[in-house]
Design a binder for this molecule. Structure first.
Ligand code: ADP
Ligand code: MG
Length: 701
């Protein structure tokens, strides 16, 4: 019988000891099919069981090992039955709390016993506490040894324990050690670009280190992700991510696209129909778009512009290029409400040009639906405005030349690709413009959207005055109602955005309904309208039209009005329970006012007590109206994953890099990506393969 050759990195995990079909399946759920993928499955954090910490020096929100004597042991009855013990050493008192326990466990923690506990420490009612710690009983004759090194904790899934993952990564690391060459070309390439005084380990050494930190490893650095081994891996991961997106872009650029230079025949009448003069920023951005559209390759451009900067007009002007050459244009909005508003605005602007603007939504039925479908399939210059229904599988375009996506700040690479496919005709693809009101800092944008060109609309239309923002406790609600009454009597219109109580549209809608009823009574004879997610489309539209026409003074709403809604006469915004909303959401909501010439106000009502971060958020809003500043703060408070959405970064979450922690590395990574793409395409492929981040289907692009 021939001996099986030793396992290699590209072999399936089934080659490892202890991996049968069910473990292989669990690993596959984590995206791990090969031994190499296991090597790149990095710990998400570490546990420190290397030393016992005195109870008096514990800090909450971290895991610790402590030893002490059980001082008391009692079953508490209350909202939830719990076994509560008090443990002390010379330095302090720690509570242990168990919600699930049996008689044996209760007896095991008898008063007087010496115990060792491991767990996360939190603030309890009286002392710091551990909830459900791991407990070992100490025997003076036989002290427990400490671990010698940090314990890696891996991202896991059901049916796959940490101990098993550690055994498997042990084996994978052996395969790595046996098969990897010491310094490979990529190590040398990265080393060449690092400052001479900051050498980093090579890939193999760095991988070993983060999987199995040695006994003397600097705990704090590892915890914070600043250790050279982690930085080395972060650089390579960011570089690979960058290369993947840039290569995607190169692939997309192999297609051709219709050349669509600007045409005065439509431009001139549209500019007249707008009724305002474009800002310098709008003109500059349109220039950038015109240059893209005139080329015979598909445009892939992201337009960032703060709320109210005037992105719709830019979209309309870009559309004229395609329409003038007899191509169709599709503009997609994230909500029906916004699609309908665009349909009204653009319908008005384009009626002067005799261009038909057609609404396409998922809720259309009967004749409306048939008409929309017929228009889509008919050749001729039309502008389609709608929701994602525009890109459903059964929608077919006759000649789609330009796709515009509005307010999609959480739009993934795969969706961008799907849109490109929608207008595919042989080797031709439509141009693409994506508009977002989430202004993110430039280096970050260049990383997250490396497959796109970026334009920035960094100027608001003239004569806008910043919205005055005040932050008040909910106890002042009556004063605010009086203020709303006063300002509506003066002819201003107002929004009242209702508490977000639950993650349930039903309950939110109910809250809005109740509020509208109460305010309707308190404010009579002022006219109070109501809009929420559960209204029928027709009713939503009726309410919005009445508000636009000034037939409603105060519009009570849920956060459905968050994006895009544009009623310039509305100049007062009240947001209840503002402490529950995120910074960018509050900024978006506030952006519904201050769109006209009148001075606008925003009142943020909060329910006391405020948490530290909520206080901070509300203060940021009071201090600034600048979307870029707010985005920076949002990044600090929440981190890029949440601000951008994990999808936004295009690929799965990073394994080790962290866009906010590692931001300083981004310029370096971009320089390295430029050089590799230009000079070493083979290394680019190697990197993408070994990080196995390329789960997307390139074949499609
Ligand atoms: P957003 O960038 O948030 O989508 P909109 O396109 O809705 O902003 O524009 C906000 C408001 O400003 C609209 O009422 C729009 O008609 C108006 N507007 C846009 N550009 C200008 C401009 N150059 N001068 C004056 N008003 C403008
Ligand atoms: Mg908009």
């Amino acid at each position: 019988m021939a001996a099986t050759p030793p396992a290699r990195l590209d072999d399936a995990v089934l080659r490892l000891t202890g991996v049968g079909p069910s473990v292989a399946e669990a690993l596959a759920r984590l995206g791990i099919r090969t031994i190499r993928e296991l090597v790149f499955h990095l710990p998400s954090r570490y546990q420190d069981r290397t030393r016992v910490t005195p109870i008096g020096s514990l800090q909450p929100h971290a895991e610790w090992v402590v030893e002490g004597r059980v001082e008391s042991n009692q079953v508490q009855f209350g909202k939830r039955r719990a076994l509560v013990c008090r443990v002390t050493d010379d330095s302090g008192v720690l509570g242990l709390r168990f919600f699930f326990f049996n008689r044996a466990q209760e007896q095991r923690l008898a008063v007087g016993r010496q115990v060792r506990c491991f767990g996360e420490v939190r603030r309890g009612p009286a002392w710091l506490e551990m909830v459900h710690p791991e407990v070992q009983i100490l025997d003076e004759a036989q002290p427990l040894p400490n671990d010698v090194a940090l314990t890696p904790i891996y991202p896991s899934t059901e049916g796959l324990h940490q101990a098993r993952l550690r055994k498997l990564t042990d084996q994978a690391l052996e395969v790595l050690a046996r098969t990897a060459t010491d310094a490979d070309e990529i190590d040398r390439f990265i080393a060449r670009h690092l400052p001479a005084n900051q050498p980093l380990p090579g890939l193999v050494e760095a991988l070993r280190y983060v999987h199995r930190p040695p006994p003397a490893a600097p705990v704090a650095a590892l915890w914070e992700g600043h250790h050279p081994a982690q930085q080395r891996l972060a650089i390579e991961e960011l570089l690979t991510h960058q290369l993947t997106l840039r290569r995607l872009r190169q692939h997309a650029q192999r297609y051709c696209a219709p050349q669509l230079p600007p045409k005065p025949a439509l431009r001139t009448p549209l500019l007249a129909a707008l009724g305002f003069t474009l800002t310098a920023a709008q003109l500059r951005v349109i220039g950038e778009i015109d240059a893209d559209l005139a080329r015979d390759r598909p445009m892939l451009r992201l337009l960032q512009g703060d709320v109210g900067a005037g992105k719709t007009a830019v979209a309309a002007l870009a559309a004229t290029n395609a329409l003038a050459a007899n191509w169709q244009v599709a503009l997609m909005a994230p909500t029906e409400l916004l699609a309908e508003q665009h349909h009204r605005t653009l319908g008005r602007w384009f009626s002067a040009l005799s261009i038909e603007v057609v609404l396409v939504t998922g809720k259309q039925t009967g004749p409306a639906r048939r008409q929309a479908r017929a228009a889509l399939a008919a050749p001729g210059p039309r502008l389609f405005v709608g929701t994602h229904a525009l890109f459903q599988a059964d929608v077919h375009y006759a000649d789609l030349g330009l796709v515009i996506v509005d307010e999609q700040h959480r739009f993934g690479v795969d969706q961008r690709l799907a849109l490109l496919e929608k207008g595919a005709q042989a080797a031709a693809r439509p141009h693409q413009l994506i508009m977002t009101a989430t202004p993110i800092p430039r280096t970050l944008a260049m990383t997250a959207y490396a497959d796109l060109d970026i334009s920035v609309l960094d100027e608001l239309p003239p004569q806008r005055q910043p919205v005055r923002t005040s932050v008040l406790p909910a106890t002042r609600r009556e004063d605010i109602v009086a203020r709303v009454a006063q300002s509506c009597r003066e002819g201003r219109q107002a929004y009242w955005v209702c508490p977000l109580i639950e993650e349930s549209e039903h309950l939110d809608s109910q809250a809005a309904t109740d509020t509208a009823e109460a305010l309707g009574g308190a404010l009579a004879p002022l006219r109070v309208g109501l809009i929420h997610g559960r209204l029928a489309e027709k009713d939503k539209q009726t309410v919005m039209l009445a508000f636009v026409a000034g037939a409603i003074d105060l519009l009570v709403a849920t956060t459905v009005i968050e994006v895009g809604v544009d009623v310039p006469n509305a100049s007062l915004m009240v947001i209840e329970n503002a402490e529950r909303l995120g910074l960018s959401q509050l900024h978006q909501l506030r952006g519904r006012v201050g769109r006209g010439l009148a001075r606008a106000d925003c009142v943020l009502l909060y329910q006391a007590p405020l948490s530290e971060t909520a206080r901070h958020r509300l203060q940021v809003l009071r201090e600034t109206n600048d979307g870029f500043v707010i985005a920076e703060r949002d990044l600090e408070l929440r981190g890029p994953g949440e601000v951008l959405g994990t999808r936004q970064t295009g690929l799965a979450e990073f394994r080790i890099a962290d866009l906010s922690r590692d931001r300083a590395l981004l310029p370096l990574v971009q320089r390295m990506a430029d050089e590799l793409l230009a000079e070493a395409p083979a290394l680019v492929e190697r990197l993408i393969e070994r990080w196995v981040v390329a789960r997307m289907d390139y074949a499609k692009v």
